[in-house]
Design a protein around this ligand. Structure first.
Ligand SMILES: Nc1ncnc2c1ncn2[C@@H]1O[C@H](COP(=O)(O)OP(=O)(O)OP(=O)(O)O)[C@@H](O)[C@H]1O
Length: 481
């Protein structure tokens, strides 16, 4: 019934329009008729929004259009909330799933309060190649917006998309650990594997105040691109991590790389044949990376430059060895000045931020030239377990915050040196049996305390014996005299 009513009212509306139209045509003079037509068409055009449309094609003269990639990346992070049909994929070397719009889908973006419409299309294109005609799918994004936003789109919106896409790509990429240790027959300087070390600032057991200081320093460093440009310095920072073996130097490096989401270049200086090869290696590192030289004191004789100058002859011999393809294992192939040039970083002005980390178990062995600020901006001492770092290990390995024998542990930590690696090892071997883990740590500390006491008893005994011998000697000499 409603349906019939609707058709009836439509019919009468149509009849009324026809009547008015005939009346206007028959009774009004043609000039007025024309003027009315122009007026209505002007109003119609005026009310119609003025749109600009930009097409962003996948290929630009058969080259990949980078803007297309950026738009795809940007929209894939945004369109999930509004598009109705989405394609889901996992691109190679990406850890995340990617959503893309399906053909003819549209999406409205909001940028600084402006509305912009995106849609995705494909069109079949025919090309002829050596007389053969081939057809292929041409994909493109269409961006439509009010003509008023033209300048804003050009100066702000598109640059914003490119920047956002860079950030997304950077976050989604598979991070790499590069090493120059294994010689590569293909002439590549670095070989790489995916970097998946699980250590983070939450798991690394160091003093929380030091941890915060390092994190703040890193954040300040990565956010200061403009500052480094203004003061005319390469955007790099040098860290020296020092402390006994097993105190977490390697774990901290992994935590830093995970925190910054940087790649790691593990530089083995003893595998570098010359200063110029060192330069080549560094130039080929990418931005947003941590360059690590572990155990610098073992890689190079950096302790005494004067001694090194005196040993020129030895160096000459090493140069000959290098020419013959034999590399020195104790660093004569790369000189201290080569390493200093490396840290001074002319090469790192190739763009992008780089963190250089040296580690050593013996800071006192290093040349002062290497230690000065600008080369090693931050010296980080990693040491034996204290209560705070022990509690972090307890939380990580045993998943507890407190324990009844914690007081005893604290007292023992004041008397015996335990590295985080020692504690971690004991916790690991206890198969998550919390009480056994805690007891075993205390037992180990007691054992070490006993052996320290015994050693010092032995020392005292030896001293007494030596004193006795000297006394006897004196007495004999006196008697003889
Ligand atoms: N501070 C720490 N926090 C958490 N775990 C640690 C820490 N220190 C050591 N460990 C544990 O001990 C193992 C060895 O530590 P790591 O290699 O980081 O020490 P290192 O100081 O680099 O030692 P080395 O000087 O011998 O290279 C790590 O796998 C980790 O499980």
């Amino acid at each position: 019934m409603d349906f019939l009513m609707d058709w009836k009212s439509m019919g009468s509306l149509f009849a009324t329009i026809m009547f008015i139209r005939t009346a206007v045509r028959d009774f009004l003079p043609p000039e007025v008729n024309q003027a009315l037509k122009r007026f209505f068409s002007y109003i119609f055009n005026y009310l119609q929004p003025k749109l600009v449309t930009i097409l962003i094609e996948e290929f630009d003269n058969s080259y990949n259009n980078e803007l297309y990639d950026s738009v795809q990346c940007y929209l894939s992070s945004k369109c999930f909330s509004s598009a109705q049909v989405l394609k889901l994929s996992k691109p190679k070397n990406s850890k995340n799933l990617t959503f893309t719009m399906d053909t003819n889908q549209s999406f409205e973006d909001n940028f600084d309060g402006f509305k912009l419409n995106w849609s995705f299309h494909t069109v079949e294109k025919k090309t002829s190649d050596l007389g053969f005609s081939r057809s292929h799918e041409n994909r493109y994004f269409q961006l439509s917006f009010h003509t008023r936003f033209k300048d804003m789109v050009h100066s702000s919106y598109l640059p914003h998309i490119i920047k956002e896409a860079e950030i997304i790509k950077f976050k989604n990429r598979e991070r790499k650990l590069y090493t120059n240790r294994s010689a590569d027959e293909n002439g590549r300087l670095w070989s790489s594997v995916p970097f998946t070390h699980p250590s983070t600032f939450d798991t690394v057991a160091i003093d929380p105040i030091l941890k915060k200081e390092i994190k703040d320093d890193l954040m300040k460093f990565v956010n200061r691109r403009d500052f480094y440009t203004r003061v005319g310095r390469a955007w790099k920072r040098g860290y020296l991590l020092y402390g006994p073996p097993g105190t977490g130097k390697t774990s901290l490096i992994a935590s830093i790389a995970n925190f910054l989401e940087f790649d790691i270049y593990d530089l083995e200086l003893t595998a570098v044949s010359s200063n110029s090869q060192l330069r080549k290696l560094l130039i080929s590192t990418t931005s947003k990376s941590v360059i690590v030289v572990e155990d610098i004191d073992c890689s190079l004789d950096l302790s005494d430059r004067k001694k090194k100058d005196m040993n020129r002859e030895d160096d000459k011999m090493n140069v000959n060895k290098i020419k013959n393809g034999q590399y020195s294992t104790f660093g004569s192939s790369v000189s201290l000045s080569g390493v200093l040039n490396f840290v001074d970083g002319l090469w790192s002005s190739c763009g992008g931020e780089r963190l250089i980390i040296f580690t050593t178990n013996h800071k006192e062995k290093l040349d002062v030239a290497l230690l000065r600020p600008g080369r090693m901006d931050k010296h980080i001492n990693l040491s034996f377990c204290d209560t705070e770092s022990f509690k972090i290990l307890m939380r990580n390995y045993l998943e507890i915050e407190e324990h009844e024998i914690m007081k005893e542990v604290e007292e023992m930590l004041g008397l015996v040196k335990m590295t985080p690696a020692d504690v971690a090892e004991i916790f690991m071997s206890c198969d998550e049996d919390v009480d056994m883990g805690m007891r075993n740590v205390v037992e180990e500390m007691k054992k070490r305390l006993r052996s320290i006491k015994e050693e010092s008893k032995e020392e005292m005994k030896k001293d007494v014996e030596e004193d006795l011998i000297i006394e006897e000697k004196f007495e004999k000499e006196e008697e003889d005299a």
